[in-house]
Design a binder for this molecule. Structure first.
Ligand SMILES: Nc1ncnc2c1ncn2[C@@H]1O[C@H](COP(=O)(O)OP(=O)(O)O)[C@@H](O)[C@H]1O
Ligand SMILES: [Mg+2]
Length: 388
């Protein structure tokens, strides 16, 4: 049995969404193959483990849930990773072989957790820390798209303090994009802090609002005659698969937080329960463009695990623009894979086994030398001796 630590929650605007995705996924992971160890990260970034974390209803009363579970830390001792209780009598209560992060936004999706797992030196079922960090930063992503000739909307970006120091010149650059524009905090998700701005009068307010959420701000030209489509990719750089393309719709100017989570939340099926059409209602040329761009993005960012790539299409111009990647997509995109060729259980199994395979390959690379060059080291004055 592979002991699988499923980590979810965390300090993010998408905390609750992540709990729903994780509980749903834990119910679908093949329990004959994997021992599932839930690891809930609170909004205070503390770790808890225990069976009650597998029941969604238990999250209604968090203090009760914490009392019924164990607060732990993750440690590596003698080449094995454990969950260890805190306090005076530290006990090693669970062994963990693989970490599966199921969270959105800061800490769990943005490379922080991926870096921590890398230090623990066990497989992590997601993109690595670099790809995850890039995936969380709309500015870095778009700079990479531009550099790689991947079509994406034109944009201006700046830091919060620059907007105070050079407001006029930034507003001048934004004007060149042509209004309407869309203002976004660069590293959040779920449309939080995003606003479409129709004219110059509203721009300062919108930027100030975005600054409340982030130190890095991006302002983009608005793609007109908009159709939004997404595709999921599953696998590794060496061997990956593309899902069917979905089309997502919204009654608003753009998909808001409410569209994504609140309107559909009654049914609970529905993370990102905005209206969707699968497969997307687009012609074969556009579908091919989406797939071609998706493969380029997958390579350029260095993605793995299961990811969802989001596109904006100008239907009149028949032009596809890369918008953003989600390195831990809502519901892990299972609703795309079950319409492609695999059940959720198969998808999860493939994700986990791919990450173990990739970890083993990576482990064969040279990372350290057997000899200790400090053996004969006799203080700083002896430095010359080392070079001999
Ligand atoms: N350049 C753009 N032109 C038109 N609509 C956009 C543009 N960028 C974003 N949107 C709309 O805003 C929504 C949220 O933007 P997105 O960049 O995907 O942020 P998030 O990370 O919050 O999902 C998109 O789903 C789309 O509806
Ligand atoms: Mg989006």
């Amino acid at each position: 049995m592979i002991r699988l630590g499923v980590i979810f929650g965390g300090k993010s605007v998408e905390h609750e969404v992540s709990i729903i995705t994780a509980v749903q996924a834990m119910n679908k992971i093949d329990s004959n193959k994997y021992e599932i160890i839930p690891i809930y990260v609170t909004k205070e970034l503390e770790f808890y483990t225990g069976y009650p974390l597998r029941e969604i209803d238990n999250y209604k009363d968090l203090s009760l849930l914490k009392r019924n579970t164990k607060k732990v830390q993750i440690v590596r001792i003698n080449n094995q990773v454990y969950l260890q209780t805190l306090g005076w009598f530290k006990r090693l209560i669970k062994e963990v072989d693989v970490i599966f992060p199921i969270g959105h936004g800061s800490y769990l999706e943005d490379g922080s957790l991926q870096g921590m797992v890398k230090m623990l030196d066990i497989p992590c079922v997601s993109s690595d820390q670099l790809a995850s960090a890039i995936g969380q930063d709309k500015v870095v992503q778009k700079l990479m798209y531009k550099a790689s000739n991947i079509p994406t909307s034109n944009f201006v970006w700046f830091y919060d303090f620059e907007f105070i120091d050079n407001k006029e010149s930034i507003l001048e650059q934004i004007k060149k994009l042509n209004y309407p524009v869309i203002v976004k905090p660069a590293t959040l998700g779920s449309s939080v802090g995003i606003k479409v701005v129709k004219s110059e009068e509203e721009i300062v307010d919108a930027i100030n609002q975005a600054i409340e959420y982030d130190k890095k701000i991006i302002v983009e030209e608005v793609i007109k005659n908009l159709k939004e489509v997404n595709i999921s990719i599953l696998g590794s750089q060496e061997n990956f698969e593309l899902s069917v393309i979905e089309e997502v719709g919204s009654k608003n100017d753009f998909l808001t937080y409410e569209d994504k989570y609140i309107n559909g939340s009654k049914s609970r099926k529905g993370m990102a329960n905005s209206s969707r059409i699968i497969p997307a209602n687009i012609n074969e040329k556009l579908a091919n463009d989406v797939r071609t761009i998706a493969k380029e993005v997958y390579k350029v960012i260095g993605l793995s695990g299961v990811v969802r790539l989001d596109f904006l299409i100008d239907e009149n111009k028949e032009k596809v623009y890369m918008n953003e990647v989600n390195t831990i997509p809502g519901s892990l995109s299972f609703y795309l894979w079950d319409k492609t060729n695999k059940t959720y259980t198969e998808e999860l199994d493939e994700m986990i086994s791919t990450s173990i395979r990739e970890y083993k390959k990576e482990s064969k690379k040279i990372r350290t030398f057997k000899t200790n060059i400090l053996e004969g080291f006799s203080g700083l004055k002896g430095l010359k001796g080392i070079k001999k």
